[in-house]
Design a protein around this ligand. Sequence first.
Ligand code: CA
Length: 224
Amino acid sequence: MAHILIVEDEERIASFVAKGLRAEGHRTTIAGNGHAGLDHALAGDVDLVVLDVGLPGIDGFELLDQLRSQGSRVPVIVLTARDSVTDTVTALEGGADDYMPKPFRFAELSARVRLRLRQATTAPGGAGPLDVLHAGGIELDLRTRRATVAGREVELSAREFALAEVLLRNAGQVLSREQLLDHVWGLDFDPGSNVVDVYVGYLRRKLGADAIATVRGMGYRLER
Ligand code: CA
């Protein structure tokens, strides 16, 4: 059972989502505007946020931005307009873990919620050496979301950090583009998309040109 915050101003959708999640044994809180949503999300006892984009007060993107900039790593699934590629990209770049195009069937949302909760619980929790990943002179602190290269701090976006994290966890191993898409971008990315290559490029600029090797025809490998 998890505590799930639903930030959605359309009562019909909010109650549809809440009802379904409660039927699956979760506890739900509904916030009908962006400010209330941010307050609840920052309160600390929320395990996952279902976040609409169009909200009174501050919108979903602004909420997400404030949430991440205040250090919260709570998983966020953004409800986007089905045809808006811009919304989807903005949400993911802004640090959302996943997105759900509207309108959706509850089963589709439920599958994403389960996946995100599972990933959150298998991530290392609490203080300890598992909270800091090291490889090849790169260090990622998973609690503070800080990255350093040879002791020098570098700024990573939420998406870059997630990509660096999966590469560091599997340092020395080749990861295919599909594996990286699955881990970092979640469902529904066109396997033909070059988003992985683009982000590996961003990371090389920040972590060092030699940090990530391209293994032709197979994928990428972070050097130990
Ligand atoms: Ca709305």
